[in-house]
Design a protein. Structure first.
Length: 572
C-alpha cells in the first residue's frame, strides 16, 4: 500500500479487519481486487445528468479523474448527484427548486461520503448552484478535496456575432415589443448554444468557476478551458493525482478556505463583473467553516476592487475569450501585483497562491483583461446597498450601467409571474421601480431568479429606464438597475412587504443606499396592519427548505455550520 496508512483513514471503517469481510465482498463484486480495497477510497462526484448542456460533459471528465486517482495509489468510487439548471427552470415555478438544489447537492455529497467512509473527494460541476454546492460539501466534510469545473459552452454565431443564451432571453422581450419576428427568434434560438458546457458569459457558473481557482480549491487554469475541448481531460487527470498528493500531505479544505481566501474569491468576482449570486454563495461557504463573512463583508471587498475583465453581460467577451487571453491566473497575478490578493493562502497545488503565480506574466496583447492600474472602472462591478428598505442589505450589479442613482415610484407585485405579465403587456412606465416581493428564501420558498422579467424589460428597450427591487435573486446574466437579496424578506415582514404602489424610492449605488420616503412611524403603522402571506407549499422538499433556511445576507444556510459542529467527518 506504500505511502498511505489506511489505519488512520475513514475508509478503515468499511474495509479493514475480519468483521469487514462482507463489506469487502461488495467491492470484489464490482471488479476491485484485494490490492484495490487496501488503498484509500476517493469519492469522485459529478453533477452529470441530461438536464442541460452544463452537465453532459462531466461524466467523461470523471473517467479522467479516476485514472489520475488510480495512477497515484488510490481507488476511485464514482457517484453522481442532481442539478437544477437555471436556464430551463427560469421564469416559472420550477425556479423555486434552484437554490434548494444547492443544499440537496451539498447534503447528498456529504451523505454519500459519510455512508461509505471515503477518504478524499474530487468534485466536478457545471451548472450555477452545483459549483458552490460541491465546494460547501468539501469544507463541511474536510477530507482532502479538489474541485474542477466542467467548462463553459462555446459562443453561438448569429449574423456574424458571438451570442449566448442571454441574447435569446432578451430576444423574447424584443419579440413581445414587435422588434423581432418569430422567424428571427427561431433562427437565434437554434444557434445560441452550440455545444456542451455552462453558459458562456460571466454569469453564475463562470463566476463560481473563477472563485474555485481564487479560493484555492481548483488547479490553476482549470476554470478556463471550454467543455468540448479534450484539453479539459488533462486537468481532470491532474486533479485525480493532486487529491492523492493532498491526502499524503494531509492538506484539507479548511487549510485552504479561510477568511483570506474568501476575500480573494470576492475580489475575483468584483474584478470580473461577476454574478451577484456569489454574494449568496461565499457567505454560505463561510458558514461551513464557522466564520462571519456576510453579504456586506463581500460588498466591502467589491467596493475596493477594480473592474478588470470586459465580460458579458456588462461587457463584450465570453469565458472562452478570457481563457485565450490568459485565464484566471493572469487576472489573479495582476490583482496580486496591485495588492488586492492575499498571496499567503494555501491551495490544492500544495503551494501558496503567491508561489502559484510566481512565473505568470501579464499579456498586454489582448483586449479581454486589463491590468490592475488600467481598469474599466476603479471599483468592482457589484455594490452592496443598505437603508430603511433593506436593513439587512441588498445587492446591485453596476458593471456596464450608465447611471448609478435612481428615484422612482414603486409598482408592487407579489410574485414574478405577475410582474412578467405586466411587463409583457407593457403595464409599467419609464421611471417605475418594479417591486417583486415574497420571492425570498422563505417566501418563495426558494429565492427565485428574475431573468425572464429583466431580459424582457431589456428587450423592450427599457433596461435602464426602470429599476427593479426584489427579495429574490437575479441571474448572473441579468443587467440593468436591479437590486436583489433585499432583507429582511417580505415573508418575514421586512420593509418590502409594507410598500404600496406610488411610494417613492431612492437608490444610490454610489453611496450604497436604498430608501423609501416613509418615516419610522409610517412604516410602524403599516406593519401593524400587515398579515403574513400563506406559503404556496405545505409539503415536500420546498416546504422543508422553508422551515430551516436562514437569511440571504448570511448565504441562505440551512444548518448551523461549523459553529455547532461536534466532530469533523474527516477525523472519524
Amino acid at each position: 500500500m506504500g505511502k498511505f496508512n489506511k489505519k488512520k483513514l475513514p475508509s478503515r471503517h468499511t474495509s479493514l479487519g475480519a468483521d469487514r469481510a462482507p463489506h469487502r465482498s461488495f467491492y470484489y463484486a464490482m471488479g476491485e481486487t484485494e490490492k484495490d480495497v487496501a488503498k484509500p477510497f476517493v469519492g469522485v462526484v459529478s453533477t452529470w445528468n441530461e438536464a442541460a448542456p452544463c452537465n453532459i460533459a462531466l461524466m467523461r471528465q470523471a473517467q479522467s479523474v479516476k485514472k489520475g486517482v488510480r495512477a497515484s495509489g488510490g481507488t476511485p468510487r464514482e457517484f453522481c448527484t442532481i442539478t437544477v439548471t437555471d436556464g430551463i427552470a427560469m421564469g416559472h415555478e420550477g425556479m423555486k427548486s434552484s437554490l434548494v438544489s444547492r443544499e440537496i447537492i451539498a447534503d447528498s455529497t456529504e451523505l454519500t461520503v459519510r455512508g461509505h467512509c471515503y477518504d478524499a473527494l474530487v468534485g466536478i460541476a457545471g451548472c450555477d448552484k452545483s459549483l458552490p454546492a460541491l465546494m460547501m460539501a468539501m469544507v463541511r466534510l474536510n477530507v482532502p478535496s479538489v474541485f474542477i469545473y466542467g467548462g463553459s459552452i462555446l459562443p453561438g454565431q448569429y449574423k456574424g456575432k458571438d451570442v449566448t443564451v442571454v441574447d435569446v432571453f432578451e430576444a423574447v422581450g424584443k419579440h413581445s415589443a414587435g422588434k423581432m419576428s418569430a422567424k428571427e427568434l427561431r433562427k437565434l434560438e437554434l444557434v445560441a448554444c452550440p455545444s456542451a458546457g455552462a453558459c458562456g458569459g460571466q454569469f453564475t457558473a463562470n463566476t463560481m468557476a473563477c472563485v474555485s481557482e481564487a479560493i484555492g480549491l481548483a488547479l490553476p487554469y482549470s476554470a478556463g478551458t471550454p467543455a468540448p475541448y479534450e484539453e479539459r481531460d488533462k486537468y481532470a487527470l491532474l486533479s485525480g493525482k493532486t487529491v492523492m498528493n493532498l491526502l499524503q500531505k494531509n492538506i484539507r479544505p479548511r487549510d485552504i478556505v479561510t477568511k483570506k481566501s474568501l476575500e480573494n474569491a470576492a475580489t475575483i468576482v468584483a474584478a470580473t463583473g461577476g454574478s451577484t449570486n456569489a454574494a449568496l454563495h461565499l457567505p454560505a461557504l463561510a458558514n461551513e467553516i464557522g466564520i462571519k463573512f456576510d453579504l456586506m463583508d463581500v460588498a466591502k471587498i467589491f467596493k475596493k476592487t477594480p473592474y478588470l475583465a470586459d465580460l458579458k453581460p456588462g461587457g463584450k467577451y465570453v469565458a472562452k475569450d478570457m481563457w485565450l487571453a490568459g485565464g484566471v491566473p493572469m487576472l489573479l497575478k495582476t490583482l496580486y501585483n496591485g495588492g488586492f490578493i492575499h498571496g499567503d493562502c494555501m491551495t490544492v497545488t500544495g503551494k501558496t497562491m503567491k508561489q502559484n503565480l510566481k512565473n505568470i506574466k501579464f499579456n498586454s496583447n489582448q483586449k479581454v483583461l486589463r491590468a490592475y492600474d488600467n481598469p474599466l472602472s476603479p471599483d468592482g462591478g457589484v455594490v452592496g446597498l443598505k437603508g430603511n428598505l433593506a436593513p439587512d442589505g441588498g445587492i446591485v450589479k453596476i458593471a456596464g450601467l450608465k447611471k448609478l442613482q435612481f428615484t422612482g415610484k414603486a409598482r408592487c407585485f407579489d410574485n414574478e409571474e405577475a410582474a412578467m405579465a405586466a411587463v409583457q403587456n407593457k403595464k409599467y412606465k419609464e421611471g417605475d421601480v418594479i417591486i417583486i416581493r415574497y420571492e425570498g428564501p422563505v417566501g418563495g420558498p426558494g429565492m427565485r431568479e428574475m431573468l425572464s422579467t429583466t431580459g424582457a424589460i431589456y428587450g423592450q428597450g427599457m433596461g435602464e429606464k426602470v429599476a427593479l427591487i426584489t427579495d429574490g435573486r437575479f441571474s448572473g446574466a441579468t443587467r440593468g438597475f436591479c437590486v436583489g437579496h433585499v432583507g429582511p424578506e417580505a415573508a418575514l415582514g421586512g420593509p418590502l412587504a409594507l410598500l404600496r404602489n406610488g411610494d417613492i424610492i431612492d437608490i444610490d449605488a454610489k453611496k450604497g443606499t436604498i430608501n423609501v420616503r416613509l418615516t419610522k412611524l409610517q412604516l410602524a403603522a403599516r406593519r401593524k396592519k400587515w398579515k403574513p402571506k400563506k406559503s404556496s407549499f405545505g409539503s415536500g422538499t420546498i416546504w422543508k427548505y422553508a422551515q430551516t433556511v436562514g437569511p440571504a445576507y448570511l448565504g441562505a444556510p440551512t444548518h448551523p455550520g461549523k459553529r455547532k459542529e461536534v466532530k469533523v467527518y474527516a477525523d472519524i
